[in-house]
Write a protein that binds this ligand. Sequence first.
Ligand code: 13P
Length: 334
Amino acid sequence: MVNYKDLGLVNTREMFKRAVAGGYAIPAFNFNTMEQMQAIVQAAVETKSPVIMQVSKGARNYANATILRYMAEGAVAYAKELGCAHPEIVLHLDHGDSFELCKDCIDMGFSSVMYDGSSLPYEENIRISRQVVEYAHKFDVTVECELGVLAGVEDEVAAEESHYTKPEEVIDFATRTGCDSLAISIGTSHGAYKFKPEQCTRDPKTGKLVPPPLAFDVLHEIEEKLPGFPIVLHGSSSVPQDEVDTINKYGGNLPDAVGIPEEQLRLASKSAVCKINIDSDSRLAMTAAIRKYLAEHPDHFDPRQYLKPARENMKKMYIHKIVNVLGSDGKLAQ
Ligand code: 13P
């Protein structure tokens, strides 16, 4: 048993309280590689932002959970080395799909876990969520649960059909599970293809897809039912068109990739939404930089040569999100 506090990590409780009161959101960036971890820490330190580093099932399969846990411990030491005396870094399990997995992560030093029972019948979702919360709270680990189903595909989590969170269920769910935050479905979705072309309109000037707006009415109803309660948005990459264009220019093929417009995320950040999950944008930033670099330097083969601009590009994207979209810059407690 390793307690996250001994690793210098923090849970989400205090940072969410401050984020809800202050009208901003904490970035939750997924990571699988050392370069992503370095870019996240550099961006968080330079902007003086709290940050959530999250690990999905796909990340655990790719990199191994133990290695990722040590990387998070390394992230705390790295942040201090970069000059941040009191970093606020959360190591979070993204989309835990069983009590056993959540327990495993808590036991190895995660400071926060998500139990995602959103695809289960309501009572079953409550039962397992409650079980995770009871175990996690013994160690002061915070728990995110989910109500409502997001569409899209994400590291081994896929849903064909989405449905919005039902506001009439949230009080009962939050009370009976005792969860610390609630992920809701208001029209975001996982991946780089968040909407089918037929769900969008097209900008007549650029020919690019314009996605439908998020269901802010549902968000506001939920906020009214649970005043001040921390709300989480998954599937919140914006799929920047310049990165998609770079990928396509240098041999990629991502037609009609579309994300959530940043103005909508900015608006959501000002509400009770206090955690915004971003994974695909990091993948796009990394891939765009690598494709460009390799196309321009066909004789290079040292991974450090192309991973360096990839890391720089991800860092630029993380800083942009923190400063211009979520507003968590300068929000460290001390
Ligand atoms: P994106 O695919 O929009 O980056 O969403 C990531 C996510 O929600 C991780 O849980």
